[in-house]
Structures are given as C-alpha cells and as structure tokens.
Design a protein around this ligand. Structure first.
Ligand code: MP5
Length: 205
C-alpha cells in the first residue's frame, strides 16, 4: 500500500464525518442555505490565499525536478481558482478575505497557521499535509458531484474545480511523490490534524 493510501486510511473515521457533514450534503441536494455558502466562500478564499503561500514554501523544499514539476502544476492551477473566488465574492458583494476588514474565524486561522508552519517540519511532512488537504477536497467534492450536477447546483463551478479528472490526476501525482514507505509518526500526526481541521472547517470555517 502506498504511503498516501495508508495516511488516508489512518483518518478514515474523521473523513467520513466530513463526507456526511450537513454543509456537504446540502451542496449535494441543493438545500444548503445561501448564507452558509457565503460564509464558506469568504473563509475558503482566505484559506486558498494562505494555501498558495504554503505550497510555494513546499515547492522551495522539493528535492528534484520531478517533484518541482508536480508542485508547480498545482501552483499554476491556483491562479484561475483564486480568480473564481474573487469573481464569486464580487458578484455577491462579499469582502475578499484579504481585505483588512475581513475577520477570519479561529478555525480558519488555526488551519492556515498550521499550513504555514508545516514546512518547518521538513519536506516529507509538508508533502503529506499537501496531499492530505487536496485529497480531502477531492473526495468530498467528488461525493457531491453527481447530485449537484443533476440538481443544477448554483455551486457547480466549485464542484467542478475539485472533482475534475485534472484535479484527481494532480492528487494521484502527489500520492506518487509520497512513495511507498510506512508513514512516519510525524506524517501520521500531520494527517490527523488535517482531517480534524477539515471537519471543523465545514462547521465554522
Ligand atoms: C482545500 C480548500 C483545497 N480549498 N479548502 C479547504 C478547507 N481544504 C482544502 O485546497 P485548494 O488549494 O483549493 O485545492
């Protein structure tokens, strides 16, 4: 079993609670209250702004061109993703999370601070965090895809962003980079924190 598969299996229980979360189910069946979506939109924009800085730090630690090619692809994909966030925020008259007036929740700050600190624990931990974060979103948004498309969800641009074959291919590449060794204790701990923060983010991101 790959390192990535072992790490995903390690947090299966917590991840199952993210999959069953009312926010996620509400996106799938179209019953999510608009205000809930807007709360997430502002919070996740801040998350992605900080995530890009985290990813740049991981790229700087990468050991070779193979790793740098994969990570640079992920970095490039964040330009259109951040443009989507800015468009959707502007269309709804919501503040960008980068505005001085925006006040991120404690959970959002906890998650982004954890990300920004992860590279200090070295490349193997930072790569596990990166894969854990991306795998969580791939799996959650894939789980809502069929229903959300059938229900002509207003959120389909976001559903598409994290459930596309291109994104799945990127997550598979990250898993390949993690290799096949037994995860270290530090990677297990980091993966558990990612899963817990993902779950908390659906509640209070
Ligand atoms: C992601 C995200 C995926 N946007 N928000 C949370 C809370 N977790 C994971 O990261 P990215 O950079 O949008 O692919």
């Amino acid at each position: 079993m790959s390192t990535a598969a072992r790490l995903v299996a390690w947090v299966a229980d917590t991840h199952a609670r993210s999959l069953a979360h009312p926010f996620v189910r509400g996106v799938a069946d179209g019953t999510l209250p608009e205000a809930e979506f807007e709360r997430w939109l502002v919070a996740d924009h801040l998350f992605v702004v900080e995530f890009r800085r985290f990813l740049a730090a991981v790229l700087a630690l990468a050991p070779d061109e193979d790793h740098r090619d994969v990570l640079a692809g992920g970095l490039a994909a964040l330009t259109p993703e951040l443009a989507l966030f800015r468009r959707e925020l502007a269309a709804r008259g919501l503040p960008a999370a980068t505005d001085a007036a925006a006040a991120p929740s404690p959970v959002c700050l906890a998650y982004t601070s954890f990300l920004r600190a992860a590279p200090l624990d070295g490349y193997a931990v930072a790569l596990a965090v990166l894969h854990g974060v991306e795998h969580a979103y791939l799996d959650v948004w894939r789980s809502v895809r069929a229903e959300a498309v059938a229900a002509a969800s207003p959120y389909r641009a976001f559903v598409e962003n994290w459930s596309s074959d291109g994104f799945a291919g990127y997550v598979a590449e990250l898993a390949r980079l993690l290799g096949d060794a037994e995860p270290t204790a530090a990677q297990h701990q980091a993966q558990a924190r990612v899963a817990a923060l993902e779950l908390a983010f659906w509640d209070a991101g």
